[in-house]
Write a protein that binds this ligand. Structure first.
Ligand SMILES: Nc1ncnc2c1ncn2[C@@H]1O[C@H](COP(=O)(O)OP(=O)(O)OP(=O)(O)O)[C@@H](O)[C@H]1O
Length: 352
């Protein structure tokens, strides 16, 4: 487990003081992937640098399995850093070394015997699915494969925590998926605590158990990914979801954007809704997926305008919550909550 306690980083620049991380408390459980998201300049890289001790926090602690890494003096810093393996955005491999030699590097620094190094490197390359690429040089590998070598190298010293600092940024979708799959396997097989620093919401939905949004030096919203996705009041939950264009509703019908707000939404909810209304329900667009074994997402539907209120009631019973389309005026007849444009999802109960 890794725990950040009151972690603070202040930069002093030309007499100006800037608090980039402000007393952050955060925990990543054993066998858990926790994502940290935030817009550019939010402090994500600073957080990563403080966690793997490349940067000294101004105050506060980074504690791994009960051991306060920040308490070690300069001499102990090197061994403290071993508790955390890091995968960076750029793989950072040495071009004149083969994949195996790159993975061996941290072991060589530590003075591990050649025989032991060879066996451990073999294990690690096997672990990341690159046993057959041991003798390849970085330029002979794809971006995803190079990043896998980076993961193997990060695991060489058997860290308890893996820090992934924008490790999939710039990779093609297939390579991204393969790295994320690998992170999930490492979480499950090695019980690692993985801190995933990313701006890619898809990566968060795909592998993270929890997520926190960093803004103004603080975590302004956090929780389990699936719960945030289902929470109609969560701005982070909304931002985590992809926005897909929907077809326009036909004349005389009311458009409703509805989100899965419960774990118990039946798979045939559209059919049931039509049955309850005894009227056609048009599906105009949808983005539904399975996260953590549960269906989440949202759909844009249209119902005859006269049945809008009845549709809302029926949808609430089915576990779906309505949200007002972003940037649009919510001129939705009697059931509309407000005429102001709103980005916030609106629980059905509150508008019924
Ligand atoms: N060494 C430094 N000295 C002074 N200010 C710094 C230093 N490093 C970072 N900062 C400031 O800290 C803030 C956060 O920067 P950081 O790079 O951590 O953000 P980020 O969330 O990683 O952004 P991005 O997503 O663009 O990489 C910025 O305002 C930046 O200017």
């Amino acid at each position: 487990m890794i725990s950040l306690q009151q972690l603070t980083k202040v930069f002093d620049h030309d007499g100006a003081r800037s608090v980039v991380l402000d007393r952050l408390d955060f925990e990543v459980g054993t066998g858990e992937i926790a994502a940290v998201v935030g817009r550019s300049g939010a402090g994500k890289s600073t957080l990563a640098a403080c966690v793997n001790l490349l940067e000294r926090p101004t105050s506060g602690s980074v504690v791994v399995d009960g051991l306060d890494l920040t308490a070690s003096g300069e001499a102990g810093l090197r061994s403290a850093r071993r508790a955390i393996g890091t995968i960076f955005q750029t793989d950072g491999l040495l071009s004149r070394r083969t994949a195996a030699q790159n993975v061996a590097l941290p072991l060589e620094f530590l003075g591990v015997t050649r025989a032991e190094t060879r066996s451990r490197v073999g294990e690690l390359l096997d672990r990341v699915g690159l046993a057959d690429k041991a003798s390849s040089y970085p330029h002979q590998l794809s971006g995803g494969q190079r990043q896998r070598v980076g993961v193997a190298r990060a695991l060489a010293l058997r860290p308890r925590v893996l820090l992934s600092d924008e490790a999939t940024s710039g990779l093609d979708p297939e390579s991204t998926r393969s790295i994320l799959r690998l992170l999930r396997e490492l979480r499950d097989d090695l019980d690692l605590s993985i801190l995933l620093i990313t701006h890619e919401m898809e990566a968060v939905r795909e592998v993270a158990d929890t997520v926190a949004r960093l803004e103004g030096g603080r975590f302004i919203e956090s929780g389990r990914v699936v719960e945030l996705l289902r929470d109609p009041a969560s701005a982070l939950g909304r931002d985590l979801q992809p926005e897909r264009p929907a077809a326009p509703a036909s004349a005389g019908s009311a458009e409703l954007v509805v989100a899965y707000a419960s774990a118990a939404v039946p798979a045939d909810w559209l059919t049931r809704l039509g049955g309850e209304l005894r009227a056609p329900v048009d599906l105009l667009g949808a983005s539904i997926e399975v996260v953590d074994g549960q269906s989440v997402g949202h759909a844009t539907i249209a119902v005859p305008a006269a049945l809008e209120r009845a549709a809302q009631d029926a949808l609430a019973r089915l576990g779906l919550a309505r949200r007002v389309p972003e940037g649009r005026t919510a001129a939705l007849g009697p059931a509309s909550l407000s005429a102001a444009p709103s980005a916030a999802p609106v629980p059905l109960e509150s508008v019924a």
